[in-house]
Design a protein. Structure first.
Length: 372
């Protein structure tokens, strides 16, 4: 499910009316927190020094070699399948059933008028209007939600190319599209040991701030599996950092995952980040989990159907060949790469990411937040 990425892109391209409505609902404390980010904070949080002595990637990793490494992105992968179940189990069958019944009733009224009555005609028209309205609203609004996990790329991908020292994000256009950034503009949410307590249930977050990329908006990627606490996220960031800075020989070789629609991936995703919590939980909690196992089976089945109904993402040729001898280096993403209408929206929301000049006052600490 690409709900977080879709929502973040919608915020970056928000209309003036929608933005005013959103800001009107914010509390004064939320407004202060959003605008409380200094230039010095960014300098402290974007660095490439060692942050862990035990680099380890938890995956899924799809490719790993001397040139590049591909990993899975996605901020709510464990929730994938819910939209698929609602769409295939309720919305589409309901629309199809209503259309068939109303169409059959209208056909009988025309071909066998002697058997029809005023009541049957009214019921057929009402059912046809209801089915038509449902089809209209689903095609206008619902299909956008369905495509967050159906009939789209099977996974969001991130590629680290150490030969070109670039990072590439592979996403559908409605989540920001395919973009390329220099490696040295990459920021991480797993830099400070004091944030380790926040890693439970969280994913490693990478960010690209406009002050480093030259774009009018901030980009974000949430990598791999949910953390189980401790320093897992710092270990994962250290793995990526050493791979890009030193090479594949500096990190343990990861186990590669398949990009095929595996049922193992579908069912195991629901338990990401729960291993350590489950081991330390009481026996009563474990019994409760055993009692609700049918729900896990249903959601896992929906997740697998969602994978089956998607296609394997494919990088553009220039990114696939990047790092090979004699091949060009992919151009870094700029504002001109977006359509004019999107450029206008991005520029209109550029002030969201502005930094305060200078350093933070010594007697004032910044509240940290880690994206899921």
């Amino acid at each position: 499910m690409y709900l977080i990425e879709w929502g973040f892109w919608q915020m970056a391209t928000e209309s003036e009316t929608a933005r005013k409505a959103y800001e009107a609902e914010m509390t004064p404390a939320e407004k202060r927190t959003r605008n409380d980010f200094h230039e010095a904070d960014l300098d402290e949080e974007i660095h490439f020094h060692c942050v862990s002595e035990s680099p380890l990637v938890r995956g899924p990793v799809y490719a790993f070699n001397e040139t590049f490494m591909d990993m899975r992105c996605g901020g709510s992968e464990e929730k994938r399948g819910l939209i698929t179940l609602v769409t295939l189990g309720g919305v589409l069958p309901g629309i199809a059933f209503g259309t068939i019944i109303s169409g059959g009733s209208i056909w009988l009224d025309f071909t066998q008028p002697e058997s029809s009555s005023f009541l049957t005609v009214i019921l057929a028209i009402a059912l046809a209007l209801a089915s038509g309205s449902a089809m209209y609203f689903y095609s206008k609004y619902g299909i956008k939600l369905s495509r967050l996990e159906m009939l789209t790329s099977r996974h969001l991908l991130i590629r680290f190319n150490r030969k070109t020292q670039q990072v590439h994000l592979h996403r559908p256009s409605y989540c920001g599209g395919i973009v390329t950034f220099p490696w040295k503009t990459t920021g991480s949410t797993a830099i400070n040991p004091e944030d380790d307590s926040l890693s439970l249930g969280m994913r490693l977050g990478l960010v690209w701030h406009p002050s480093r990329t030259g774009l009018p908006h901030m980009e974000m990627a949430l990598l791999g599996k949910q953390g189980q606490g401790g320093s897992e996220l710092r270990d994962e960031w250290e793995f990526i950092r050493r791979y890009m800075e030193e090479g594949p020989h500096a990190v343990p070789r990861p186990r590669l995952s398949t990009q095929l629609p595996s049922p193992v991936q579908a069912f195991s995703a629901q338990f990401e980040g729960l291993g350590r919590f489950f081991r330390k939980s009481s026996w009563l909690f474990k019994v409760v989990l055993l009692m609700v196992w049918p729900a896990f089976v249903i959601v896992g089945t929906g997740h697998w159907l969602s994978l089956l109904l998607c296609w394997r993402p494919r990088w553009p040729k220039v990114i696939r060949e990047a790092g090979m001898p004699g091949k060009p280096v992919p151009p870094v993403t700029t504002l001109s790469d977006y359509p004019p209408a999107v450029q206008e929206r991005l520029l209109a929301n550029a002030d969201r990411w502005q930094l305060k000049t200078g350093k933070r006052p010594t007697n004032k600490t910044r509240k940290r937040s880690v994206p899921q």
